[in-house]
Write a protein that binds this ligand. Structure first.
Ligand SMILES: *Cc1c(COP(=O)(O)O)cnc(C)c1O
Length: 382
């Protein structure tokens, strides 16, 4: 059965070489924009491409504001701070995510709490969130507090795993009821939608990544998305060393960060964003082909977009019968030069996050033993 899959993937990418999990796709336009930035000499902290990228990205997502940052992790860290996360607060997120989600919480000197994921979306489960809040949270004048830890629950971070949207309507309803801020980790979900609304625009802030392995890339980069002017201004201010505008004086009114996206990277980001539709289109074709392959072959459950949603299919995923089959799958494909990967280790299983509060994590544990990510790059020649 593995030989059929290996043949299918090699035929798709028309190659006998190593097939990576996700590689970027560059064309003439990418080179032209980068060369233009170099020729302009504005390669660093100021330049037209940064403003242009922020405008075009916000426009694409149907959001009011985008603030470009040096990477997605810095965007998350800043978004949490702007959302009101302070030291010793608690932030709820999911156990099945990339480590950066939780690191950004700790970078604000706050503490993560891990709530289970949903088996269909692979993202934060609204039912588990409701149960966690009912059992642990209590409303006070100064905010919502965790009765066990005594810490204020300052934010919730749903993460759209592999580009599959979380059930944001239900998550937002709960967050609004409890009056807790939502920061979407949409690092993997550029172009994913629930009905017609783009991921990263549901929460008070959303975050994207343009790292080399993401849907589009500018080498390294990220963005904070919001519809709130005050939050956007605060995010821009903090990520640009909190410098007060003046023709020559250097006045900084807060301890900010140097998290700005260099203009050189922004040039590549602009070029890549112009190609996003073509990239998403080709990734979608591949997802449909994988879906058909796994349906016909009768083994492995291919993960399709949740009902009512459009996934960007950043990383295609298949759920194997059990851990034994998963490990065999990984061995057979990687030995044949087809790069496949398991899901991340659950964050509360890492030594660094062992002490954090969790719920049962039942679905996350079940999924983590079975998920395989498949090669998912858009093809270079289409
Ligand atoms: C990629 C990623 C990030 C971080 O993005 P960087 O640009 O690499 O810092 C954050 N969260 C998730 C879920 C990611 O996949």
């Amino acid at each position: 059965m593995y030989s059929d899959l290996i043949k299918f993937i090699r035929d798709w990418y028309q190659t006998k070489e190593l097939v990576p999990l996700h590689e970027p796709r560059f064309r003439e336009i990418d080179r032209n924009y980068v060369m233009d930035a170099i020729d302009s000499t504005f390669v660093s902290s100021i330049g037209e491409y940064v403003d242009r990228f922020e405008q075009k990205l916000a426009q694409y997502l149907g959001a009011a504001y985008a603030v470009a940052t040096v990477n997605g992790t810095a965007a998350l860290q800043t978004a949490l701070r702007v959302a009101g996360v302070e030291q010793h607060n608690e932030v709820i997120t999911q156990p099945l995510t990339f480590v950066a989600t939780a690191n950004a919480i700790v970078h604000n000197n706050a503490v993560p709490a891990f709530v289970d994921v949903n088996k269909a979306t692979l993202g934060l489960c609204p039912d588990a969130l409701e149960k966690f809040l009912d059992q642990n949270a209590s409303k006070k004048d100064q905010g919502v507090f965790n009765k066990n830890t005594g810490r204020r629950i300052a934010a919730i971070i749903p993460m759209h795993t592999f580009g599959n949207p979380c059930r944001m309507e239900q998550i937002m309803e709960l967050a609004n009821y409890w009056n807790i801020a939502v920061v979407e980790d949409a690092a993997e979900a550029l172009g994913s939608k629930i009905s017609k609304t783009y991921c990263a625009t549901f929460g008070s802030l959303g975050v994207l990544s343009f790292n080399g392995n993401k849907t589009i890339t500018c080498g390294g980069g990220g963005a904070i998305i919001t519809n709130d002017k005050r939050l956007a201004q605060k995010a821009k201010h903090l990520t640009t060393t909190a410098k007060v505008q003046h023709q020559w004086e250097f006045v900084h009114d807060e301890i900010g960060y140097n998290f700005r996206l260099p203009n050189l990277n922004a040039a590549l980001a602009c070029a890549q964003l112009e190609q996003v539709d073509g990239i998403l289109n080709d990734k979608r074709k591949l997802a449909r082909a994988y879906e058909k392959f796994f349906k016909e072959s009768g083994w492995g459950h291919f993960v399709t977009e949740p009902e009512g949603c459009t996934s960007n299919y950043w990383l295609n995923a298949v759920i194997t019968a059990d851990k034994k089959q998963r490990d065999e799958f990984l061995k057979k494909t990687n030995e044949s030069g087809i790069m496949t990967r398991p899901a991340w280790q659950l964050l509360p299983d890492l030594q660094i996050y062992k002490a954090c509060q969790t719920d049962s994590l039942e679905n996350a544990r079940w999924l983590a033993k079975r998920i395989i990510n498949l090669p998912s790059s858009a093809r270079a020649n289409v």
